[in-house]
Design a protein around this ligand. Structure first.
Ligand code: DAH
Length: 357
């Protein structure tokens, strides 16, 4: 007769003495495929029916006791290990932050955050759209007639032709998100749209990927005066100057009528660029009143609604504000550059707390 009591007390003693790693070895030695209890279970097959019934009951009871003991020991050891870790890895939340250790915010991200903070304060919501667009949203709905030279000016990256002959493209501006917004949302609309844009162009002042922020306001009584007030307010807040000369110069875009380009006054005296004073002008954005055809293409009645739109290059306004001389350095991922021109992550731009420190 096997001495189950002895097996049981030895097993329980082993379990009680085991640490977390040893416990698994003990479990395998007892209940694993080649374990002691498993072997005993297997030996039941050789017994007569009466003997097998009694031994089976006793063995099952023993197996239960051992399983429970293993589980309890494991739970206890897990809890102890967690306690030790919590004690060891204690965090002192009263310590000052060390932002130097967590990298820098890229000037592009910083500038987008600033623009969003300024327009957010004016009641604009942020909208987004896909980088991969179709001809309809990027051109046709925006009133670029088929074959119009303005399409060529955009130096579009096309994706391979589909079976129906059409091609997706990388959006050449953020304006297609105007279309997506107007087709989805009923007026009044007040959104800004930051995002990546792409053109097949690469030299000192152009990179194949760059960033724009688009603005769109649609309501029943929105006028060019609102456009001017809004942009002048933006320029003053963004460049952190009390007064800045702003000039609206007539221009052409297929999706606005009338259209204008906005210049701000600056001085380049002594080779240093100063925004807000002086005799020179610097172009910073394009804008205009949304063309009635565009409203119609988006299911909005131009006899009831009107509005304005604008678009500007993020890199350009970042370079102007932060004195970054070379566009291409934005995309070189040079950590020394990022350390110099980047921003501390915890200084989130707000109008009350300051845009940039
Ligand atoms: N989409 C134009 C571009 O990439 C910029 C622009 C001009 C956007 C005028 C506008 C606008 O919304 O009204 O050159």
């Amino acid at each position: 007769m096997i001495d189950l009591d002895r097996i049981r007390s030895e097993a329980l003693a082993d379990i009680a003495a085991a640490d977390l790693e040893g416990l698994e070895t003990t479990r395998v030695a007892l209940l694993g495929k080649k374990g002691a209890i498993t072997a005993l279970m297997r030996s039941l097959g050789d017994m007569g029916p009466e003997e097998r019934r009694n031994a089976g009951l006793a063995l099952n009871a023993l197996k239960d006791v051992i399983s429970t003991a293993l589980d309890q020991r494991k739970a206890r050891l897990d809890a102890e290990r967690l306690d030790q870790r919590l004690a060891r890895e204690r965090v002192d939340v009263t310590q000052p932050a060390r932002p130097d250790r967590v990298g820098r915010i890229h000037p592009i991200s910083q500038t987008i955050d600033e623009v969003v903070a300024i327009f957010g304060q004016m009641g604009f919501a942020v909208a987004e759209g896909p980088d991969i667009e179709d001809d309809f949203h990027n051109f046709t709905a925006l009133n670029f007639p088929p074959g119009h030279p303005a399409r060529l000016m955009h130096d579009t990256f096309f994706l391979p032709e589909k079976s129906d002959g059409s091609r997706f493209l990388l959006r050449t501006h953020t304006s297609p998100v105007q279309v997506r917004t107007m087709r989805k949302q009923a007026p009044p609309i007040r959104v800004i749209i930051p995002g990546r844009t792409y053109r097949c162009d690469s030299d000192m002042t152009h990179t194949p990927m760059f960033h724009q922020v688009e603005g769109l306001v649609i309501d029943k009584t929105t006028t060019m005066g609102h456009l001017k007030g809004c942009l002048i307010e933006f320029v003053k807040t963004y460049f952190e100057v009390d007064e800045v000369p702003v000039r609206f110069r007539p221009s052409f875009f297929p999706f606005t009528e009338p259209s204008a380009e906005v210049d701000i006054g600056c001085s380049r005296a002594g080779g240093e660029l100063k925004i807000g004073a002086g005799a020179d002008w610097l172009e910073i954005l394009g804008c205009g009143m949304v063309h009635p055809n565009v409203l119609r293409n988006c299911g909005i009645d131009p006899d009831e609604y009107q509005g304005f739109a604008f678009g500007m290059g993020i890199e350009r306004i970042a370079m102007l504000k932060y004195g970054i001389p070379d566009l291409r350095t934005f995309f070189e991922s040079d950590l020394r550059w990022l350390h110099h021109y980047g921003f501390v992550p915890l200084d989130v731009p707000t109008l009350s707390g300051g845009l940039a420190r």
